[in-house]
Design a protein around this ligand. Structure first.
Ligand SMILES: Cc1cc2nc3c(=O)[nH]c(=O)nc-3n(C[C@H](O)[C@H](O)[C@H](O)COP(=O)(O)OP(=O)(O)OC[C@H]3O[C@@H](n4cnc5c(N)ncnc54)[C@H](O)[C@@H]3O)c2cc1C
Length: 504
């Protein structure tokens, strides 16, 4: 039972910090107010409640606060793990002219749009996608004004220095910057605060949310809510509905906290779904990666420089289809569809210098047969596959930085670029698993980031940003750095609109 004591957020005593026992339960930060779970009241009131603690959530919170709203961020994770998948990021894609101080060269709206459509196809909301691309132009400046620092463009196999800007210190530093800006501006943050229910009245208006912190329920009443609680990629039971037992073999690259309960709740309450529930961003990760939170280091970029085979030693897809940033996100789904959800990247000594070094050492052998034995693939089958591949390669000028003319002929599936014989021992192999980054099914939103309900009406005070609505724009494939772009653009819009809705 919730008691009747209603506390307005800004009325929390500023001396709480003095009574805090770090790590002892839910804690609240902001305006100098900080307390442990026992101090979280039964009821709170604020202008804008933001659910989640990642990029989209913090952009929403900061934007709402810039408008003068009293903002509470409810983050389910402990403070150390705050920031969900955003914690693992490094770079963000943005449109810019040739004179941008953040990235060299020009990245026009037209090129951005072409890149997007090339990976995701025409089945997307063009107005929302164009809005995202256009609004991305201002993101580096805005993020910098809210605590984020940038680093010099990178070189190497990433091919991203013109289109994307990299955070100095990566995603965790980006979040630290956001949270510090939020603290300085007086945004309240409650950690280990699990939002479990949303109160929506008969007219479809949000009235409050129930969060559980330190074993107690707290009813948060707010004029508006921003849902920035991620996708459902960490919810294996939910994934199993679409993938069956195969889901048990998926590696979740990011946060174990993104279980999608609020997405499920919104869909139950009549929000209109977008995107296919089987679609996700998933890359090839090392089969030895941990089940959750392995982050970027478990990704393997070796596939374009050798061949990939299934557990029977057979190739199943064009490994040289396109550059790494355009196609790498296809490989998780491809491996998810193979028997046992496993594949193997096979390389020779010549290929090893062309991709980022792996965190787990490659399995090495003096012959292909020995490599097959070490990996558990039938040796004869692997030998035949490699021989067939080698015979099909045509002479060309190998160039890992271009879509080169080294390709196969008469081979199914073909290898379109970087097809060089695998014949220089020692040979190397990596076990590959589908590494899910985030799911695409989400809630439909309009251009004000309001959630669209089944009857086509936009909920007046329920907003969504980030992975929970990325499926409006991303329905398959992926562009490196675009997850943060969507979250930051819609986080800002949601925060501003939510503040404006509350009359701030
Ligand atoms: C390894 C890895 C590398 C990546 N690299 C990049 C990159 O370089 N560039 C890029 O653009 N994208 C990258 N991405 C994708 C990117 O992380 C996401 O698109 C983006 O961070 C999503 O932001 P978000 O705020 O929507 O979700 P998240 O950052 O995941 O935040 C969701 C938050 O919601 C909280 N939450 C969930 N449920 C509840 C609840 N019921 N109550 C309270 N809180 C809740 C979670 O704890 C979490 O803090 C990467 C992802 C991974 C996993």
């Amino acid at each position: 039972m919730l008691s009747e004591s209603l506390v307005h957020l800004s009325a929390l005593p500023p001396d709480r910090a003095a009574r805090t026992t770090p790590g002892a339960g839910a804690r609240m930060r902001g305006d100098g107010a900080e307390g442990q779970g026992a101090n979280v009241p039964d009821r709170l009131r604020c202008d804008v409640l933001v659910v989640g603690g990642g990029n989209a959530a913090l952009c929403a919170a900061l934007a709402a606060r810039d408008r003068g709203a009293d903002v509470l961020v409810a983050e389910r994770s402990p403070e150390f793990f705050r920031g969900g998948n955003s914690r693992h990021t490094r770079d963000i894609r943005f449109m810019h002219g040739p004179g941008s101080p953040y990235a060299p060269g020009e990245y026009s709206e037209a090129e951005f749009w072409d890149d997007l459509v090339r990976v995701t196809g025409e089945d997307l909301s063009e107005p929302l996608a164009r809005l995202t691309i256009r609004a991305s132009a201002d993101l580096p400046r805005w993020m910098e004004a809210h605590g984020v620092r940038w680093q010099e463009p990178l070189r190497g196999t990433l091919h991203l220095s013109r289109t994307n800007v990299f955070m100095l210190g990566g995603g965790r530093a980006m979040l630290n910057g956001y949270y510090e800006a939020a603290r300085a501006q007086g945004v309240h943050v409650l950690y280990e605060a699990d939002v479990q229910d949303l109160r929506i009245d008969d007219s479809g208006s949000f009235t409050g949310a129930v969060l559980r912190a330190a074993g107690r329920d707290c009813l948060v009443e707010a004029s508006a809510v921003v849902l920035a609680s991620g996708g459902f990629e960490a919810n294996v039971d939910w994934l199993r509905r679409y993938w069956g037992d195969a889901a048990d073999h998926f590696v979740v690259r990011g946060s174990p906290y993104n279980k999608g309960e609020l997405l499920a709740l919104m869909l139950e309450r009549g929000a209109r779904p977008v995107a296919d529930p089987r679609q996700f961003h998933a890359v090839a990760v090392d089969g030895r990666a941990p089940k959750f939170d392995g982050g970027i280091v478990t990704r393997l970029d070796s596939v374009p420089f050798g061949i990939a085979v299934d557990q029977d030693g057979q190739r199943f897809y064009d490994e040289g289809e396109d550059f790494w940033p355009k196609r790498y996100a296809n490989w998780g789904g491809l491996i998810a569809r193979q028997s046992g959800q496993v594949a193997y990247s096979i390389l020779d000594s010549r290929a090893m210098a062309h991709f980022l070094p792996s965190v787990f050492p490659p399995i090495q052998a003096p012959s292909l047969e020995a490599l097959a034995m070490a990996l558990g693939i039938p040796p004869l089958a692997l030998r035949e596959t490699v021989d067939r591949f080698n015979r099909a390669t045509r002479p060309g000028t190998f160039d890992p930085a271009a879509l080169d003319d080294c390709r196969t002929e008469g081979l199914t599936p073909p290898k379109s670029h970087w097809a060089v014989p695998i014949d220089r021992p020692p040979f190397f192999g990596y076990p590959l698993r589908p590494g899910i980054t985030f799911t695409y099914m989400g809630v439909e939103v309009d251009e004000t980031a309001r959630v669209v309900m089944a009857d086509g009406r936009a909920a007046e005070n329920i907003f969504a940003a980030g992975e929970i609505m990325a499926g409006n724009i991303l329905r398959k494939g992926y562009l490196a750095g675009f997850g943060l772009t969507i979250g930051a653009v819609f986080g800002r819009i949601a925060g501003e609109e939510a503040a404006a809705h509350g009359g701030v």
